[in-house]
Design a protein around this ligand. Structure first.
Ligand SMILES: Cc1ncc(COP(=O)(O)O)c(C=O)c1O
Length: 404
């Protein structure tokens, strides 16, 4: 008789977004006349930029012609895209990352979930609290954690690193030394960005302790403060301790197109074993490559027109973030994030719990956000508002919230 992977049973139900959807549906049913504004989403809303659409059309036409048709893509990605990535995302910022250290994929969610497969089950992981849930849940599925602890509302056997107002939402080194450290900057959900010194501190810490950093830079395009690092490879020594995850979702609106990549430097080793070789083996065995059409669209992200149009798109969302940040600050809210990230992280007023504030915001302003407690215990008493809506709706939402 077959058995199941019992680690899956440790996972509590997907409480956060299903609970939000249920509450919003119930409210809308009771108040069909009310217009609800959704600032809870992490999905983009602007259409694909013209340069991307042109590249997509061209690639589709190529697929309809025997001479230019493309079948299976190379499983690590097409050379034209890997070269464009290495040149633009890394060499242009002074980082030593070669095209053959880039593994093209269908997005950072899959990569951030899959990367743990090449690591031993005895590794102890450390994550920020609050956290993008994929890092934890995929380690739970693999059996790298203990049971869910209902009292603490997190998993035994995981090192949670509190990200609080006191440390400006950038974690301190934990008491217990982890084997694998997940870091995400600019951060989802807090919107905090790490400085070069902070990131260098983590790189030095990892190299000293033989730890691996998995650095998620899905939101790097939103960095506005010039001195902040976009890549962990801007830090000395990162090539021997860090893997970096990137996504085309938030910088280019590819959430429905699907494209991302992972950088595994050839200098990254566990004893004599190269992680680059392991990830190449894994990729080659389990993945047949992102579609040609999509990789051509990805290449267009780095064309002069693509760059200009996407900078405009990112600025559109950043303007929303600024509207939220300034509007709420003027109304007396304690707010952070929103300057180098498309998320604003606010302290709930009057010591309300995250869910109490969710209910209040929905019933009094008809605005939906995301309760901070859904991202971890340290998110309790906080709330995330997203800048990915339309400008008109963002203005309207802030007007309503500030009148509450
Ligand atoms: C921190 C973080 N990493 C990765 C992703 C997923 O990116 P992708 O769309 O490339 O799978 C998200 C999406 O919201 C995210 O917030």
């Amino acid at each position: 008789m077959f058995t199941i992977n019992e680690n899956y049973l440790k996972l509590p139900g997907s409480y956060l977004f299903s609970n939000i959807a249920k509450k919003v549906a119930a409210y809308q049913e009771q108040h069909p006349e009310k217009e609800i504004i959704r600032l809870g989403i992490g999905d983009v809303t602007q259409p694909l930029a013209p340069a991307i659409i042109t590249a997509l059309h061209k690639a589709v036409d190529e697929m309809g012609n025997a001479e230019t048709f493309h079948g299976y893509a190379p499983d690590l990605g097409y050379e034209f895209l890997r070269k464009a990535i290495a040149e633009n995302d890394f060499k242009a910022r002074g980082c030593q990352v070669e095209a053959d250290e880039i593994f093209v994929s269908d997005g950072a969610k899959c990569d951030s979930g899959n990367i743990q497969e090449i690591l031993g089950l005895d590794n102890k992981i450390a994550v920020c609290d609050p956290v993008y849930p994929v890092y934890v849940d995929t380690n739970v599925m693999a059996g790298r954690t203990g049971a869910y602890n209902k009292e603490r509302e997190n998993f035994d056997g995981v090192i949670y690193m509190p990200c609080t107002a006191e440390n400006q939402f950038v974690p301190e080194f934990p008491e217990e030394v982890p084997d694998v450290i997940y870091l995400c900057f600019p951060n989802n959900p807090t919107g905090a960005a790490a400085t070069k010194e902070q990131l260098q501190g983590w790189v030095d810490y990892a190299n000293k302790n033989g730890a691996l950093i998995i650095f998620d830079a899905a939101y790097e395009a939103y960095i506005t403060q010039k001195e902040l690092p976009h890549s962990i490879y801007e830090c000395d020594g990162a090539r021997t301790c860090a893997i970096e995850l990137r996504s085309f979702s938030k910088n280019a609106g590819f959430t429905g197109v699907r494209l991302g990549y992972t950088v595994v430097p050839k200098d990254l080793k566990c004893g004599e074993v190269s992680l680059h070789s392991l990830w190449a083996r894994r990729h080659g065995t389990k993945y047949n490559g992102a579609p040609y059409i999509v990789q051509r669209a990805g290449e267009a992200v780095y064309s002069p027109e693509g760059k200009a149009q996407l900078a405009e798109q990112v600025n559109y969302y950043l303007k929303n973030a600024h509207t939220i940040l300034e509007g709420l600050a003027n109304a007396g809210y304690t707010v952070s994030g929103g300057v180098n990230a498309p998320y604003v992280w606010l302290k709930t007023p009057g010591n309300m719990s995250s869910w109490e504030f969710f209910d209040t915001l929905l019933s009094e302003a008809g605005v939906v956000g995301t309760p901070g407690s859904g991202f971890g215990a340290c998110g309790e008493g906080y709330f995330r508002l997203s800048a990915f809506g339309s400008y008109e709706n963002t203005i309207k939402a802030i007007e309503r919230i500030t009148k509450m």
